[in-house]
Design a protein. Structure first.
Length: 185
Protein backbone atom coordinates (compact mmCIF):
# COMPACT_ATOMS: atom_id res chain seq x y z
CA UNK A 1 0.00 0.00 0.00
CA UNK A 2 1.35 3.40 -1.01
CA UNK A 3 1.65 6.21 1.55
CA UNK A 4 -0.48 9.26 1.03
CA UNK A 5 1.04 12.32 -0.59
CA UNK A 6 1.12 15.43 1.55
CA UNK A 7 -1.75 17.73 0.65
CA UNK A 8 -1.56 21.51 0.58
CA UNK A 9 -2.95 21.69 4.10
CA UNK A 10 -0.09 19.60 5.45
CA UNK A 11 2.57 21.64 3.70
CA UNK A 12 1.24 24.91 5.05
CA UNK A 13 0.79 23.25 8.45
CA UNK A 14 4.49 22.31 8.48
CA UNK A 15 5.41 25.93 7.75
CA UNK A 16 2.94 27.23 10.33
CA UNK A 17 4.40 24.97 13.02
CA UNK A 18 7.92 26.13 12.17
CA UNK A 19 6.80 29.77 12.23
CA UNK A 20 5.18 29.35 15.64
CA UNK A 21 8.37 27.76 17.01
CA UNK A 22 10.38 30.72 15.73
CA UNK A 23 7.87 33.18 17.25
CA UNK A 24 8.19 31.40 20.59
CA UNK A 25 12.01 31.46 20.38
CA UNK A 26 12.02 35.18 19.53
CA UNK A 27 9.59 35.96 22.36
CA UNK A 28 11.62 33.96 24.89
CA UNK A 29 14.76 35.77 23.83
CA UNK A 30 13.00 39.15 24.19
CA UNK A 31 11.76 38.11 27.62
CA UNK A 32 15.24 36.98 28.64
CA UNK A 33 16.75 40.32 27.61
CA UNK A 34 13.94 42.31 29.23
CA UNK A 35 12.55 43.68 25.95
CA UNK A 36 9.23 41.77 26.13
CA UNK A 37 6.04 43.34 27.39
CA UNK A 38 3.50 41.70 29.67
CA UNK A 39 1.22 38.99 28.22
CA UNK A 40 -0.73 39.64 25.03
CA UNK A 41 0.32 43.32 25.09
CA UNK A 42 3.78 42.22 24.02
CA UNK A 43 3.97 42.81 20.25
CA UNK A 44 5.54 39.41 19.56
CA UNK A 45 3.44 37.29 21.90
CA UNK A 46 0.28 39.14 20.89
CA UNK A 47 1.03 38.62 17.20
CA UNK A 48 0.52 34.86 17.31
CA UNK A 49 -2.93 34.94 15.67
CA UNK A 50 -1.82 37.40 13.04
CA UNK A 51 1.22 35.33 12.15
CA UNK A 52 -0.63 32.03 11.98
CA UNK A 53 -3.77 33.24 10.20
CA UNK A 54 -4.25 33.21 6.44
CA UNK A 55 -3.11 36.56 5.06
CA UNK A 56 -6.46 37.09 3.34
CA UNK A 57 -8.35 36.64 6.64
CA UNK A 58 -6.45 39.23 8.71
CA UNK A 59 -8.28 42.02 10.51
CA UNK A 60 -6.99 45.60 10.41
CA UNK A 61 -5.44 45.21 13.88
CA UNK A 62 -3.68 42.00 12.87
CA UNK A 63 -2.33 43.66 9.73
CA UNK A 64 -0.97 46.46 11.92
CA UNK A 65 0.78 43.89 14.16
CA UNK A 66 2.39 42.29 11.10
CA UNK A 67 3.54 45.69 9.85
CA UNK A 68 5.08 46.32 13.28
CA UNK A 69 6.88 42.97 13.15
CA UNK A 70 8.07 43.68 9.59
CA UNK A 71 9.73 46.86 10.82
CA UNK A 72 11.10 45.64 14.14
CA UNK A 73 11.85 41.90 14.04
CA UNK A 74 13.73 40.72 10.98
CA UNK A 75 13.99 37.08 12.11
CA UNK A 76 10.28 36.68 12.66
CA UNK A 77 9.34 38.54 9.50
CA UNK A 78 11.79 36.48 7.42
CA UNK A 79 10.11 33.30 8.63
CA UNK A 80 6.58 34.63 8.04
CA UNK A 81 7.22 35.42 4.37
CA UNK A 82 8.23 31.87 3.32
CA UNK A 83 5.03 30.43 4.77
CA UNK A 84 2.96 32.82 2.66
CA UNK A 85 5.21 32.05 -0.31
CA UNK A 86 4.56 28.32 0.17
CA UNK A 87 0.82 29.00 0.23
CA UNK A 88 1.19 30.85 -3.10
CA UNK A 89 3.35 28.08 -4.61
CA UNK A 90 0.68 25.47 -3.90
CA UNK A 91 -1.73 27.41 -6.16
CA UNK A 92 0.66 27.36 -9.14
CA UNK A 93 0.66 24.84 -12.00
CA UNK A 94 2.70 21.74 -11.15
CA UNK A 95 5.68 22.49 -13.41
CA UNK A 96 6.10 26.02 -12.05
CA UNK A 97 5.56 24.76 -8.50
CA UNK A 98 8.45 22.28 -8.83
CA UNK A 99 11.02 25.04 -9.47
CA UNK A 100 9.47 27.35 -6.86
CA UNK A 101 9.46 24.57 -4.25
CA UNK A 102 13.14 23.88 -4.93
CA UNK A 103 13.98 27.55 -4.41
CA UNK A 104 11.73 27.84 -1.32
CA UNK A 105 13.12 24.70 0.30
CA UNK A 106 16.68 25.81 -0.42
CA UNK A 107 16.13 29.23 1.18
CA UNK A 108 14.47 27.67 4.23
CA UNK A 109 17.15 24.97 4.61
CA UNK A 110 19.94 27.56 4.45
CA UNK A 111 18.19 30.11 6.69
CA UNK A 112 20.17 29.13 9.78
CA UNK A 113 16.96 29.14 11.84
CA UNK A 114 16.47 25.64 13.26
CA UNK A 115 12.72 25.12 12.67
CA UNK A 116 12.97 26.49 9.12
CA UNK A 117 16.08 24.48 8.33
CA UNK A 118 14.08 21.33 9.11
CA UNK A 119 11.12 22.63 7.10
CA UNK A 120 13.32 23.26 4.06
CA UNK A 121 14.78 19.77 4.26
CA UNK A 122 11.31 18.22 4.63
CA UNK A 123 9.92 20.12 1.64
CA UNK A 124 13.02 19.19 -0.36
CA UNK A 125 12.56 15.49 0.45
CA UNK A 126 8.83 15.55 -0.34
CA UNK A 127 8.97 17.92 -3.32
CA UNK A 128 7.94 15.37 -5.94
CA UNK A 129 5.06 14.16 -3.74
CA UNK A 130 3.88 17.75 -3.34
CA UNK A 131 4.10 18.37 -7.10
CA UNK A 132 2.20 15.12 -7.75
CA UNK A 133 -0.54 16.29 -5.40
CA UNK A 134 -0.72 19.68 -7.14
CA UNK A 135 -0.84 17.99 -10.55
CA UNK A 136 -3.64 15.61 -9.54
CA UNK A 137 -5.74 18.42 -8.11
CA UNK A 138 -6.97 16.02 -5.46
CA UNK A 139 -7.23 16.80 -1.80
CA UNK A 140 -7.34 14.57 1.21
CA UNK A 141 -9.53 17.07 3.08
CA UNK A 142 -12.56 14.76 3.30
CA UNK A 143 -10.45 11.89 4.53
CA UNK A 144 -8.89 14.16 7.17
CA UNK A 145 -12.35 15.40 8.22
CA UNK A 146 -13.67 11.86 8.68
CA UNK A 147 -10.50 10.84 10.49
CA UNK A 148 -10.92 13.76 12.89
CA UNK A 149 -14.58 12.89 13.45
CA UNK A 150 -13.62 9.29 14.27
CA UNK A 151 -10.95 10.45 16.74
CA UNK A 152 -13.45 12.78 18.43
CA UNK A 153 -16.03 10.00 18.63
CA UNK A 154 -13.49 7.63 20.15
CA UNK A 155 -12.73 10.25 22.82
CA UNK A 156 -16.46 10.53 23.55
CA UNK A 157 -16.72 6.75 23.78
CA UNK A 158 -13.64 6.40 25.99
CA UNK A 159 -14.21 3.61 28.47
CA UNK A 160 -16.38 1.40 26.28
CA UNK A 161 -15.71 -2.15 27.36
CA UNK A 162 -17.10 -3.70 24.22
CA UNK A 163 -15.31 -2.76 20.99
CA UNK A 164 -18.46 -3.47 18.98
CA UNK A 165 -20.31 -0.73 20.87
CA UNK A 166 -17.52 1.75 20.07
CA UNK A 167 -17.57 0.73 16.40
CA UNK A 168 -21.35 1.19 16.36
CA UNK A 169 -20.93 4.69 17.83
CA UNK A 170 -18.34 5.60 15.17
CA UNK A 171 -20.57 4.20 12.41
CA UNK A 172 -23.57 6.18 13.65
CA UNK A 173 -21.49 9.39 13.79
CA UNK A 174 -19.70 8.95 10.47
CA UNK A 175 -22.14 6.82 8.50
CA UNK A 176 -24.18 9.72 7.17
CA UNK A 177 -27.45 8.49 8.63
CA UNK A 178 -29.72 11.05 10.24
CA UNK A 179 -31.19 9.09 13.10
CA UNK A 180 -33.89 10.71 15.16
CA UNK A 181 -34.32 9.02 18.50
CA UNK A 182 -37.76 8.75 20.06
CA UNK A 183 -38.49 11.80 22.21
CA UNK A 184 -35.78 13.90 20.51
CA UNK A 185 -37.70 15.48 17.64
Amino acid sequence: MRSASPGGFHNVSWATDALDKVRTMVWREARRTGEAGKGAKDPIKGARRALLKNESDLTAGQKARLEYIAGTNETLWNTYKPREELRMILRQPADEARALLLRCSGKAASSGIDPFTGLGEKIGRRREDIVRTIRSGLSNARLEAVNNKIKTTIKIGYGYRNLNNLIALVMSECGGLDLTLPGHQ
